[in-house]
Design a binder for this molecule. Structure first.
Ligand code: PXG
Length: 460
């Protein structure tokens, strides 16, 4: 392999150089420099190897994105061939290219029929940046320019750029310069933590009704759209109660507020449906996509628009002053095309729905259903969360749940599995190509980590 970097340096050498030059994501950099990051050097299928030669089963698909796993030669071949043929061209000044044309054809063959157009970006954050401008532009074109407020949810995550972090509901991000005007938030539908004495159904309905209250408070004539993840990802892999989405959809339609689904994590087969809104049974006006679009092999995202919106923007909108140098990048588009073909032609999404998804959830219920540390198991398809509970009867959470979950994640690494911790929840989202044997290993090793955590929490 002709890699442009030295293949085998010492771990400490890597770490020292990294500490000297690199600011990492969402971390106290000084603390990380003292500890030294793990250096990942290779991936194959569901497995990763670090610079010490230790192997891990990646239970998180990188960051919820490597649907096909690592090392897929069809994707690397697609990238190399496209680079040889046409490494770069753009969507400006009246040009396009075959890779992006075929990608769009395939994308819309997989989507429900009421979507027709996409604006490509390089990431999920950018998709949500574009979303705000597109939604506002849509209302301008319809003669309602005052309709520009976006409503998001507390503890929602829509990315890390300025407007995307404002749409999101991570208060600590808002406090670090992440707010913009004309954005409001309502509560998240996290029944386990916030449902109190209410049934999940009643709590889900009440959370949804907050949207109606917020719209009435702001004036429906001022509200452009409501954005939410069909299930929260970074916020803890939280599934809303079943009563939630039908009520949200009713409210959006009643007040003429666009319903914007952030499918960055939920899209491309994660739930066993192609898109997570199909699992929950609602019909958004826009879809923000990224991650699984290319299985993470190259950066690419996009904003998918309904026919109704696209028709207004295309037929009546004139120039939309928006574009990115790399929108619809040919190499990313070629990789996305190869990725979506593989997901479709190898029946991978169907396999998640009919076989590996149910298999994983049965296994999790068998192993953790009456585990002393676990109060709730959520998820569907190749997506699951385990909720830590100090008292399962009252749904009391540990005061130090964040530390416990981080500890559990570390125990996971020691056991050779990568799982994600958020507050008091452990999350799994393995590659969609996972076999039953790999899911067995994922759950076995997670069990080791959870048992060790239960011991330090005094539960075992
Ligand atoms: N929307 C959602 C729903 C996301 O989960 C983004 C937008 C932003 O995408 P980009 O490509 O700009 O990162 C995301 C990203 C985690 C984690 O640890 C989750 C994300 C990113 C990094 C870490 O759960 N999601």
């Amino acid at each position: 392999m002709n890699l442009p970097f030295e293949p085998q340096r010492q771990t400490q050498d890597y770490q020292a150089s990294d500490a000297a030059h690199h600011i990492h994501a969402f971390v106290d950099q000084k603390a990380l420099n003292a500890e030294g990051p793990r250096v990942m050097v290779r991936g194959e299928g569901l497995y990763l190897w670090d610079s010490e030669g230790k192997r891990y089963l990646d239970g998180m698909s990188g960051l919820w994105c490597t649907q096909l796993g690592y090392g897929r030669k069809d994707l690397t071949a697609a990238a190399a061939a496209q680079m040889d043929q046409l490494a770069y061209y753009n969507m400006f000044f009246h040009t396009t290219h075959p890779a992006v044309i075929e990608l769009s054809e395939l994308l819309f063959s997989l989507l429900p029929g009421h979507y027709s157009h996409v604006i490509y970006t390089n990431s999920g954050s950018e998709a949500n940046e574009v979303l705000i401008r597109t939604v506002r532009r849509y209302w301008q074109v319809l003669g309602q320019p005052q309709k520009k407020v976006m409503i998001g949810r507390w503890n929602g995550y829509h990315g890390s750029t300025l407007a995307a972090s404002a749409l999101g509901g991570m208060k600590f991000m808002h406090e670090m310069g992440g707010l913009i005007p004309d954005v409001a938030h309502i509560d998240e539908p996290y029944w386990y933590a916030q449902g109190g004495e209410l049934t999940p159904a009643e709590f889900g309905r009440r959370c949804a009704l907050q949207l109606e209250e917020k719209i009435l408070e702001l004036g429906a004539q001022n509200v452009a759209g409501f954005i939410a993840e069909p299930f929260q990802g970074a916020g803890g892999m939280i599934f809303p109660p079943q009563s939630y989405w039908p009520e949200i959809q009713r409210i959006c339609r009643q007040y003429d507020v666009l319903l914007c689904a952030d499918e960055v994590i939920g899209g491309f087969g994660r739930t066993g449906e192609w898109f997570a809104h199909q699992h929950f049974g609602f019909e958004p006006d826009t879809l923000s996509i990224a991650k699984g679009l290319t299985s993470g092999y190259l950066p690419m995202g996009g904003l998918v628009l309904s026919k109704r919106m696209a028709e207004a923007l295309v037929e009546r909108g004139g120039v939309f002053a928006h574009g990115l140098t790399y929108s619809g990048h040919p190499v990313a588009a070629a990789v996305a095309l190869a990725n979506l073909k593989a997901l479709r032609d190898e029946g991978i999404v169907r396999q998640v729905k009919d076989d590996t998804g149910p298999y994983l959830h049965k296994l999790l219920h068998d192993v953790f259903g009456s585990h002393p540390l676990i109060g709730e198991i959520q998820g569907t398809g190749l997506l699951a969360a385990l909720q830590f509970a100090e008292d399962k009867d009252t749904r009391k959470r540990f005061a130090n749940e964040n530390d416990l979950a981080w500890q559990c994640r570390t125990f996971g690494f020691e056991a050779g599995v990568i799982i994600r911790s958020t507050l008091g929840r452990m999350i799994m989202a393995p590659a969609l190509v996972a076999s039953r044997a790999e899911l067995d290993e994922l759950v076995d090793k997670t069990r080791i980590a959870v048992d060790r955590t239960a011991r330090i929490a005094g539960k075992l």
